[in-house]
Write a protein that binds this ligand. Structure first.
Ligand code: SAM
Ligand code: SF4
Length: 352
């Protein structure tokens, strides 16, 4: 494997990349030597919830059907990504279960040589009926978002969501073997920091990972994200006060979650401190937006337009070269500490 030289800025790397760079073989590495093998694919920017930390209540402009990648285009991108070393696919959105033909799409992705894991992040509302067929088609596991166990608060945070149906979705996912199940909770000060202990206690009964995510300042949710961050350290203190001491289990490779455990728990707790303690050095991921852009870092605006290439007649090796180029140009990390925030897309367009 060729080691890629380290550069101190993306622009420098781009100028200095040898002409032969894009003829490279083997798994794609970025200019900092990170192996990038995980593609998060947004299937739609639409959603049946309007979570306060993700989307504004009204006025969202959705991508038109003609701008969305078709299933055929998506599968071509995934095949080319697999050819340059991507192994893990996560389906997300918006709400991925709203995508028509999802089960068939999963079946096709599962047939792609080189793809060894297909997971999905969902709000769980439609999972009760879909978990079985998705598992049968080749979905490996799911992350389900749940921010509180209080039905009223749940309705408030999701602007209308039904907790009972989401819980049925969680149970259906467990029964279908979409495991190990991970539950995602975005903690927002003033909304649900006092629900964390109840959510943590779920792991006493279930072998799940309950993950707590610091709210990030994506486009469209300034009012909530600003001042809404509850630092992981504070949250751990709160959970320990209510549930007893946490044992540190580990921080595993490219998984952004630091893992802890309550005493005698069957499951674990994961803390994702994107704001107060970023994990960019172990980042292994890129994102494909529903309108066909490779988005290089969640919290930056840099993108490479694959849809234009696809619709302009790119063949498979052109696509592979473009994906390698995107990997090469992936920024080192986000710039929140320096006050650099993303300005173009909201989280519902990026998929988390
Ligand atoms: N609709 C699906 C869901 O909610 O699970 C998938 C898409 S959602 C954008 C993916 C993940 O991003 C969810 O776990 C959600 O809680 C998280 N998320 C959304 N907005 C966020 C924000 N501002 N900061 C941190 N996480 C966020
Ligand atoms: Fe929809 Fe997921 Fe965003 Fe909530 S977090 S609005 S469920 S895309």
């Amino acid at each position: 494997m060729t080691m890629i030289k380290l550069f101190d800025s993306v622009a420098a790397a781009y100028q200095q990349a040898p002409a032969s760079f894009y003829d490279q073989q083997g798994p794609a590495h970025d200019q900092f030597g990170r192996r990038i093998n995980y593609l998060r694919v947004s299937l739609t920017d639409r959603c049946n919830f309007r979570c306060v930390y993700c989307m504004p209540a009204e006025g969202v402009q959705f991508t038109s059907k003609s701008e969305l990648l078709t299933n055929e285009e998506l599968l071509r991108v995934i095949k080319s990504a697999a050819a340059v070393g991507f192994e893990k696919i996560r389906l997300t959105g918006g709400e991925p279960t709203l995508r028509r033909g999802l089960v068939e799409l999963v079946r096709e992705i599962a047939r792609t040589p080189g793809i060894r894991e297909i997971s999905m992040t969902t709000n769980g509302l439609l999972l009760d009926d879909m978990a079985g067929p998705l598992a049968e088609a080749g979905l490996t596991r799911v992350n389900i978002s749940i921010d509180t166990l209080n039905p009223e608060k749940f309705r408030r945070m999701t602007r209308g969501g039904n907790l009972e149906r989401v819980w049925a979705g969680i149970e259906a996912a467990e029964a279908a073997g979409l495991t190990p199940l991970k539950l995602n909770c975005v903690i927002v000060r003033g909304y649900n920091e006092d629900d964390a202990a109840d959510l943590a206690r779920l792991t006493l009964k279930w072998p799940w990972q309950m993950r707590f995510i610091e709210v990030m300042p994506l486009v469209g949710v300034d009012g909530v994200a600003e001042g809404g961050v509850v630092p992981t350290a504070e949250l751990i203190e709160r959970i320990e006060r209510e549930c007893g001491p946490l044992e540190f289990v580990g921080w595993f490779g490219s998984d952004p979650a630091r893992t802890y455990k309550l005493q005698d728990a069957k499951g674990t707790l994961g803390f994702i401190s994107s704001v107060t303690d970023p994990f960019c050095s172990t980042c292994n991921r890129m994102r494909l937006t529903a309108d066909g852009k490779l988005h290089l870092c969640l919290l930056r605006d840099d993108e490479l337009d694959l849809r234009a290439a696809l619709r302009g007649g790119a063949n498979d090796s052109d696509l592979e070269a473009l994906i390698r180029q995107a990997v090469h140009l992936k920024p080192w990390g986000h710039g929140l500490p320096e006050g650099v925030k993303p300005t173009v897309r909201g989280m519902s367009q990026l998929g988390g």
